[in-house]
Design a binder for this molecule. Structure first.
Ligand code: FES
Ligand code: FES
Length: 169
């Protein structure tokens, strides 16, 4: 009886192909292993952070096929055959993307724990909208918590980026 119960509790592992930042790896995982843990453990990419683990703080945000997804709770097996991009994959050829550059210019971080999630989230927005309005920016950032209170400098960086885009036509 006990053996049977234990047998049910131990999930077996299987092999899945997961693609992160253009690299496809065959990972051997249980079907409930969250995407965040696969990114950190199996791909050794630690820029994506575990905060709440409950899809409430935004620190684990990644892009999946170009759309923001919180990776802490959803199993990696949902993302087989999808293109996952983490903060490490957002800069191209060591050139920071325009959001990263603006964050750097305005020192838009304190401890930095939330920062990769915020940048990923804003990358989703700015990839889709050339000049998002205030409501769209606030909506985008509303799920991105920061215990250090960096949002004022984040908004400065965002406004700077919008101005820069306008100047560049
Ligand atoms: S760690 Fe995923 S939303 Fe907080
Ligand atoms: S900069 Fe520290 S949590 Fe946001």
């Amino acid at each position: 009886m006990v053996d049977g119960l234990q047998g049910n509790l131990i999930m077996s592992k299987s092999e899945y192909n997961i693609t992160v930042n253009g690299e496809t790896k065959s990972v051997v995982i249980t079907e409930d292993k969250p995407l965040l843990y696969v990114i950190r453990d199996d791909f050794n990419l630690t820029g994506t952070k575990l905060g709440c683990g409950l899809e409430q703080c935004g620190s684990c945000a990644v892009l999946v096929d170009g759309n923001k997804v919180l990776s802490c709770n959803r199993p990696a097996v949902e993302f087989v055959d999808k293109e996952i991009t983490t903060i490490e994959g957002i800069a191209k050829n060591d050139v920071l993307n325009e959001i990263q550059q603006s964050f750097k210019k305005f020192n838009a971080a304190q401890c930095g724990y939330c920062t990769s999630g915020i940048i990923v989230s804003l990358t989703d927005l700015f990839n889709k909208k050339k000049s998002p309005d205030r409501k769209e920016i606030i909506d985008n950032l509303s799920g991105q918590l920061c215990r250090c209170g960096s949002h004022a400098s984040v908004l400065k960086a965002v406004n700077n980026l919008i101005e820069k885009r306008k100047m560049n036509g």
